[in-house]
Design a protein around this ligand. Structure first.
Ligand code: PMP
Length: 477
């Protein structure tokens, strides 16, 4: 099958290259390949599977629709399944938005919802330009790509996203975020900045593909203030950060801001394709049919999504993600002390990144005002090697970041303490092996090799394990 895949599928295929697995069964955190091997899946369908694979409440919701005789495809007509989905969705939204929310169902991918959001704010403001950020990722269709960090486009003005480790201003922390905000203000207020008054600003509260970079809450509030003061709609892209992933139901809740528009996909479909734009009613000025599409009425996805949203809310899985995520970050930071090749560990909730660097290469020169030296160059080859070593140990991880040097963990919110400990153990082992091979490759002598660190502390107990969602014993590693 793998041979046929590489012979028949596009050269643009992605995950299939790094993960030569043929999954045949999956439950919770675990995927089983056709060869009988089992893997702990910390990729979770690129952050889609809030409840892991085939969660019983999701399967039950899907079966219920199938057995009911309801139509599976109904364009954008009203149905009881859709009605229940909207009710559950609105229940979770930041109250200031929920009270006046409208929802537009889009084509089923995150990028469809981003396109719709950009179209919406352009229609509402009569302006065309968009403000977006360095390192952003919003999808693969034209408008979304324009707003993503890798693009060069005249309709999008690019602003610095704050980051500590590779701060463009060389200072990081609160000061770096403040400078980034000031730059945004000056671009908007300087009549000669070369940037027209925009139709909207789009941001990710935590950049995912950009390398797991959480925006500071103060910076988020500044962006809200800057946009509100200038009547610029603020679009929060919560495609990846939503549904409890970052330790709050929606990541904008950390800063307490209420965006004008929210773009939602991935987890809201409970593992099936679904995307929506939610926005304040005063923006709802586009014409009937302004954003149409055949696949906007996936009843199975709406039922699976309703079950997922309700399960996350009722079992307080966002809180669980916050607690467990904080523990994982602590443990990974301990690990980083033993491995010079771990340049940075960061994240929020269960959206975690480990940036791998080349400790032998010169770090960037320090800023005169900064106390520590700058970061070492990213090590994408080492990150790829870690991903492969993880796979050999039965652990699936994602890669990301500007230089593809960040190993990313996006486990389901239902992961148990024991499973989390197993993930850490395998990751530590994989980093050790990859670093050793890497160093060997560089022709270093054996005694220079990074030492095997003491095993991470024994499986921890966070004391906040959701009982209702504890996975069945057979899925435990
Ligand atoms: N926005 C964000 C923040 C994303 O992470 C992604 C996907 N990784 C998208 C948009 C695009 O979603 P999709 O791949 O479903 O089009």
């Amino acid at each position: 099958m793998l041979r046929r895949q590489s012979a028949r599928e596009s050269a643009a295929r992605t995950y299939a290259r790094a993960l030569p697995i043929v999954p045949v069964r999956a439950r919770g955190l675990t995927i089983e390949g056709a060869d009988g091997r089992r893997y702990l899946d910390c990729l979770s369908g690129a952050g889609t599977l809030a409840l892991g694979h085939n969660h019983p409440v999701v399967l039950e919701a899907i079966r219920k629709v199938l057995d009911s005789g309801a139509p599976l495809h109904i364009l954008d007509l009203a149905t009881p399944v859709k009605d229940a989905f909207i009710t559950e969705l609105f229940r979770t939204l930041p109250p200031a938005l929920a009270d006046r929310a409208r929802v537009q169902f889009c084509g089923p991918a995150g990028t469809d919802a981003v396109e719709a959001a950009l179209k919406l704010v352009r229609a509402a403001t009569g302006r065309t330009g968009v403000l977006a950020f360095t390192g952003a990722y919003h999808g693969m269709t034209t408008g979304s790509l324009e707003a993503s960090g890798g693009a060069f486009d005249v309709r999008v003005a690019r602003l610095p996203y704050p980051q500590d480790y590779r701060c463009p201003f060389g200072v990081g922390g609160a000061r770096g975020a403040e400078l980034a905000a000031r730059w945004t203000e000056s671009v908007l207020d300087d009549p000669k900045s070369g940037v027209r008054h925009p139709a909207g600003m789009i941001l990710e509260p935590v950049q995912g593909e950009g390398g797991v970079i959480p925006a500071p809450d103060t910076w988020m509030r500044r962006m809200r203030q800057i946009t509100a003061d200038r009547s610029i709609p603020l679009i929060a892209d919560e495609v990846q950060t939503g549904v409890g992933r970052t330790g709050a139901f929606w990541a904008v809740e950390h800063s307490g801001i209420s965006p004008d528009v929210m773009v939602l996909s991935k987890a809201i479909g409970g593992s099936l394709p679904l995307a929506v734009v939610v926005y304040r009613d005063d923006l709802d000025v586009w014409e009937p049919g302004a954003h149409a599409g055949t696949f906007r009425g996936n009843q199975l996805a709406m039922a699976a999504g309703t079950a997922t949203l309700a399960h996350v809310r009722e079992n307080r899985l966002a809180e669980r993600a916050a607690t467990l995520g904080a523990h994982l970050l602590d443990q990974l930071r301990c690990l980083a002390q033993h491995f010079p090749c771990i340049g940075d560990v960061r994240g929020r909730g269960l959206m975690i990144g480990v940036e791998l660097v080349d400790p032998e290469a010169e770090p960037r020169p320090p800023e005169p005002s900064a106390s520590a030296h700058g970061p070492h160059p990213a090590a994408p080859a080492l990150a790829a090697a870690v991903q492969q070593e993880c796979l050999r140990r039965g652990l699936i991880v994602e890669l990301g970041g500007r230089h593809a040097g960040v190993v990313r963990l996006l486990p389901p919110l239902t992961i148990t303490d024991e499973q989390a400990a197993a993930v850490l153990d395998r990751l530590a082992d994989a980093i050790e092996a990859a670093a050793r091979h890497h160093a060997h490759h560089r022709g270093q002598s054996e005694k220079d090799q990074p030492r095997r660190p003491p095993a991470p502390p024994p499986p921890f107990r966070t004391g906040t394990q959701p009982t209702a969602s504890a996975p069945p014993a057979e899925e435990r590693p």
